[in-house]
Design a protein around this ligand. Structure first.
Ligand SMILES: O=C(O)CCC(=O)C(=O)O
Ligand SMILES: [Fe+2]
Length: 349
C-alpha cells in the first residue's frame, strides 16, 4: 500500500459505512517466522481469505511502499493515455488478457457494462520468460520500476506461501515450487482505473463480484470501493457486503482459487468486487495496483492435502494452464458460480 502521502489529497473514507474487520499482520514479524504472526496468517486465510499486511518497519516492506507510491503516479498517467495509444495495446481476450481492457468490455451483475479499465503487465515478458509484451513507451520507460516491484512482491508472496505450507504441515516450499517467477505463468501486475460515480442515480458496481483465479494477490488501495462478501452469504444480499478501509503502509492480501484447490479446501478464496467508492470518495476516479500471482503453466493442480471429495471440483491430472482455461471457458459460457471457496466460518477478529 501507498504511504501516508497519497492519502493526504483524497476525500476521507467515511466513518458511517460498514467496514470489514481484518487481521493486520506485520511483514517484519512474518519474515522472522514469528509463531503468532504465522498462526494469524493461517487463521485469516481460512476464515476470510483476506488480511492486511503491514509493510512498515521492515526493510523490504519500506522499499515496496516507495515503489507503490511511484507506481500510483505512473499508473494514473498510463490509464489516462489517449485512446489512440491504448487501442494499439488492447488485450486479445479470451486468448490473452495482457494489455488494456477497455471500459465496458465485461458486464456487472445487472448485465450493464462495467465501469473500469485495466492494464495487465505480464511477468513473463518483464522477466524474459517469453518474448517481451508490446508496451506503450510510457510503460517501457518504467520497466525497471515495474520489475523491482514485481520481484519484491514475489518475495512477499513466497513468505506468505511458505508460512501457509508450514502451517498446513507441508514442506515449506510446497507452494513456492509451483509458482516460480522464472517459469511461464499467467502472473501479472495490474493497474486499474474505476471511474468516479458522480450521479447518485447511478451508484452501482464497477467490477462484478468474483474470486481471484490464482494463488495470492497483493493489492494496493488508497480510495475505498473494494467490498468483501460476508462468508456464508449470497452476493444478492446487499447487507452482506462491507467495505475495505485502505490503510497507509498496508497491502491487502487475498488468496485465489488455486490455493483452495492445492489445500483441498482448507484455505479460502473469498468473493469480492469493486463498488462505487463510499462517501465523497465516489466523486473522484479510483486507481489501484495489484500483483496477481498464478501457478506456473505446467504446475499440477492436484490437491496436496486430503483426498478428492466426490462432486467437488477436482484438478487431478490437470496442469494449471488447462485448469485456468477450463475456468475461463466456464466463465464465458456463464456456467461458473462465483462463490467463495474453501475455508471455515470466521471467528471474531
Ligand atoms: O481494485 C481493487 O480494489 C480490486 C481489484 C480486483 O479484485 C481484481 O483485479 O481482481
Ligand atoms: Fe479480484
Amino acid at each position: 500500500m501507498a504511504s501516508e502521502k497519497l492519502f493526504r489529497y483524497i476525500p476521507p473514507f467515511p466513518d458511517d459505512v460498514p467496514t470489514t474487520p481484518m487481521h493486520v499482520i506485520s511483514l517484519q514479524r512474518l519474515r522472522s517466522a514469528d509463531t503468532t504472526a504465522s498462526k494469524e496468517v493461517m487463521n485469516a486465510c481460512q476464515e476470510l481469505g483476506f488480511f492486511l499486511l503491514d509493510l512498515r518497519g521492515d526493510e523490504l516492506g519500506e522499499t515496496v511502499i516507495g515503489e507503490v507510491d511511484a507506481l500510483f503516479e505512473v499508473g494514473q498517467k498510463i490509464l489516462n493515455l489517449p485512446d489512440d495509444v491504448k487501442e494499439k495495446y488492447l488485450n486479445d481476450a479470451p486468448k490473452s488478457f495482457l494489455g488494456f481492457k477497455p471500459r465496458g468490455q465485461a458486464k456487472t451483475e445487472t448485465n450493464e457494462p462495467d465501469r473500469f479499465e485495466w492494464f495487465n503487465l505480464g511477468q513473463d515478458g518483464l522477466l524474459g520468460n517469453t518474448n517481451p509484451q508490446p508496451l506503450p513507451p510510457l510503460i517501457n520507460s518504467h520497466n525497471s520500476l515495474f520489475t523491482s516491484f514485481l520481484q519484491h512482491g514475489q518475495t512477499i508472496v513466497s513468505t506468505i506461501a511458505s508460512t501457509l505450507a508450514t502451517q498446513l504441515g507441508l514442506p515449506a516450499d510446497t507452494f513456492t515450487a509451483l509458482q516460480a517467477p522464472h517459469k511461464p505463468s499467467g502472473t501479472v501486475i495490474r493497474i486499474i482505473k474505476a471511474f468516479a460515480s458522480p450521479d447518485v442515480k447511478d451508484l452501482r458496481t464497477s467490477m462484478i463480484h468474483h474470486t481471484d483465479f490464482g494463488t495470492i494477490t497483493l493489492l494496493a488501495n488508497v480510495l475505498g470501493g473494494l467490498q468483501i462478501l460476508a462468508p456464508g452469504k449470497l452476493p444478492t444480499d446487499d447487507a452482506a457486503w462491507s467495505w475495505v478501509k485502505p490503510q497507509p503502509g498496508c497491502l491487502i492480501v487475498n488468496l485465489g482459487d488455486a490455493m483452495v484447490q492445492w489445500s483441498g479446501g482448507l484455505l479460502r478464496s473469498n468473493v469480492h468486487r469493486i463498488n462505487y467508492a463510499p462517501g465523497l470518495q465516489r466523486l473522484v476516479d479510483r486507481y489501484s495496483l495489484a500483483i496477481l500471482v498464478r501457478p506456473e503453466r505446467n504446475a499440477s493442480m492436484k490437491r496436496l492435502v486430503g483426498e478428492p471429495v466426490e462432486g467437488e471440483e477436482d484438478g487431478e491430472g490437470l496442469s494449471a494452464w488447462e485448469w485456468e482455461v477450463k475456468k475461463a471457458m466456464a466463465l464465458t459460457k456463464g456456467e461458473a458460480v462465483m462463490q467463495s471457496k474453501g475455508g471455515k466460518a470466521a471467528a471474531n477478529i
